[in-house]
Write a protein that binds this ligand. Sequence first.
Ligand code: NAD
Length: 374
Amino acid sequence: MNPAHPPHDPSRRRVLGGLGAAGLVGMLPAARAKDRRPLGVALVGLGYYSRDLLAPALQMTKHCRLAGIVTGTPAKAEEWQRRHRIPDRNVYDYAGFDRIADNPDIDVVYIVLPNHLHKPFTLRAAAAGKHVWCEKPMAMDAAEARAMIEACRRHGVQLTIGYRMQHEPNTQAVMALARSHPFGRLQRIRAEAGFRGFDGASGDNWRLDPVRGGGAMYDMGVYALNAARYTTGTEPVAVTATPHVERADIFRGVDESMRFRLEFPDGVVADCATSFGRNINLLHADCADGWYELSPFQAYEGVRGEASDGRRFDAVIGATPAQQARQMDADALAILQRTPPRVPGEEGLRDMVVLDAIFASARTGGARVEIAAA
Ligand code: NAD
């Protein structure tokens, strides 16, 4: 037996069961020393992000480790098992996934599937008694996001969204400015995230399929949206949005680009853009007495920027994928210490509420849509 990974304490799950996420905090004693083992993580979906970023990052983490995989492709399972020394008992296909409930090696299920599968797999993972980490965007809409939060609350497991930027140091410095206001009152934000891609691609790609959550807004737009919210530190009250398709042969029923203007309280406005047609990567804030910006503001490494008073946000130099390792270690500690995660499901829900309004405005040719509280 691996001493760093003793058998699960089944009583723990019984205690946790039935407590909501909020109920977990403060009601339970601090994690005992024997609970401080690296948590076992099962990656669900072994595509690009799992393969190139999360699996390497899990080799850099202290508080969690790659323990299992869930995949629909037997050849991939074999390759991953060899490369990461994953035993047969920790390998699942999608149909047999629910048996993970009986596997004490797995504490966390990390959902890295196309967006339409985030909700069903979150519900199944929660019902299996596993903590859930779910990739962005959290879901297809706010109703799905609420169902995911409710399922995790009911089963007493944590739900955390993979907004890695919120774990990045320069991003955290900008988030802190929303509270300290060193440049006076915030007036206007620009947030733009996108890349040129998909030339010659077909609808087989889920990022081009409306049913599976394709389109630039779901994929890259959430970075701009989330940044507008963490830069103001408040919630938008209304939005106007206009989609645009340049390459109509490729983008059918999904947005290639989207411009959206978020209205925040006190007259603060965020002009946002996202695109699969051009490379854009800027977060800029204008305040009464100065400005600050990050560019790139969303990247696996090299996030950097400056401000009108000469301060610099120097790029944090470190091996990729350090960002994902920071994220997963912080999220693992939240589970081990029974504290709320930095990016809980509720944070994903707030974006989904705004996304619903963005799509509603886009459908009506850019009408102003008021945003209800999450
Ligand atoms: P991908 O297409 O490379 O991988 C998706 C995986 O899901 C594949 O292994 C595929 O076989 C599997 N799959 C299961 N059912 C499927 C279906 N019905 N259609 C298509 N594929 C199916 O995608 P990805 O780039 O790894 O993205 C996966 C998730 O991770 C998405 O939610 C995406 O938004 C998110 N993501 C996040 C980041 C980040 O920086 N946080 C970066 C990339 C992707």
